[in-house]
Write a protein that binds this ligand. Sequence first.
Ligand code: ADP
Length: 431
Amino acid sequence: MHQQRFNLFIFLAAVGFLGILITQAYWVYNGLLMRRDQFDRGIQLAMRTVLSRLIDYQSAQKLRCIELGEGCEELGQRIETAVPLLLLDSLMKQEMNALGLEGQYKYVVFNRPNKRFVFGQYEGYENQLVNSSYQQSLKAVYVPGDYVLSVIFPDIQHHALGRFSLWVVLSAVFMISLLFSFWSTVSLVRRQKRLSRIKADFINNMTHELKTPIASISLAAEMLSKQVVASDYAKVARYASVVKSESGRLQTLVDHVLMSAMLEEGKVRLNRQKASFSALVEEVVHNFNHRVSELSGKLDLDIEAGLPLVYFDRLHMTNVLVNLLDNAIKYSRGAPEIWVSVKSASGHVVLAVADSGVGIPPEEKDLIFKNLYRSHTGNLHDVKGFGIGLFYVKKIVELHGGKITVESEHGAGSVFEVYLPAVINNENYES
Ligand code: ADP
């Protein structure tokens, strides 16, 4: 899949996912509002029912007193007689129980203008009751003073969410798992894409690298099969040496690939010995001096005096140094400028290989240590390689109990630092 199509697919999937997320949040929010609305209506209806029962009661009282021919002046003179406490209490209980709110409410009858509380269950909730949104005017049963029946539900939030909260939690769980699987799928596809690109690059590089020695060997063999050449010993020797050096090249290639496979499987065993690491660095740098000066570059070496000894595998550490110096030359801009130093720092011997080359983009700093990874800089500059070198270096350094770090400014150069644990005790210092 082309990068653009892939990005478009991710974009569309992300938009779709965001859409589902927003719709889901909208429905959850709407559901909550509806539930709240339903609750409010239920309470308002219950309060109106209480009022209408009070009106019925008052009418029945009046009828009875008229029937009995008693003076009805007493009725409705005081709020306490217009709205009898016991009756109100039982009506409230009846209505609230019907809504499933048994024992979850507080109510009061109070005078709105002067905030005088007449009766009810209100201790500790006075303020909330005065400001409650569930209020019913009692003017229909008692006019003077603007009395109000007010109700609150101290744990109303809890109630309104009630069983709905289970759906909210479930939605959140489904959304998170969907988000997680979306993210994992995208990163898996990305990883697969990167791997297939790396594999394709590797196969390209490998076939390219194999072609040259194979062509040289076959040409040399063809020449050797000719009578005129076979009778000339000098020519035979020259073609034989071509076959030898080119097959050596092939052998090195195969060895590199095998080594990376062995490292990947953890099959490499070290043969470590206590020795001077800086002496090895000096030797390898010396061997590189010729190559660097041929390229009109410079290669500086700075070794701290009295460094501790290190337990290391000579062969593999030589390869580590060769790889780092090789890269410093390969990824230089023009004539290579390389600075190598060996110092000690907190129980470690630290090798630094710095160059003023092309540098490494920040997003690739970790990737370059992965097997077969080659940065685009490598391919752009048409520099030969398979992306095995730094993977090998890192693995070998880690097998030594050390670590490797890289600092780099893209376009200005890189510094690779290898930390190897030092053998610390008095006799283990270089003289
Ligand atoms: P190779 O050199 O064969 O590509 P390596 O594993 O040695 O493989 O390096 C991996 C990548 O790291 C290279 O492709 C290159 O882009 C980058 N790299 C390594 N060393 C340097 C360096 N000194 N300066 C800039 N880039 C480097």
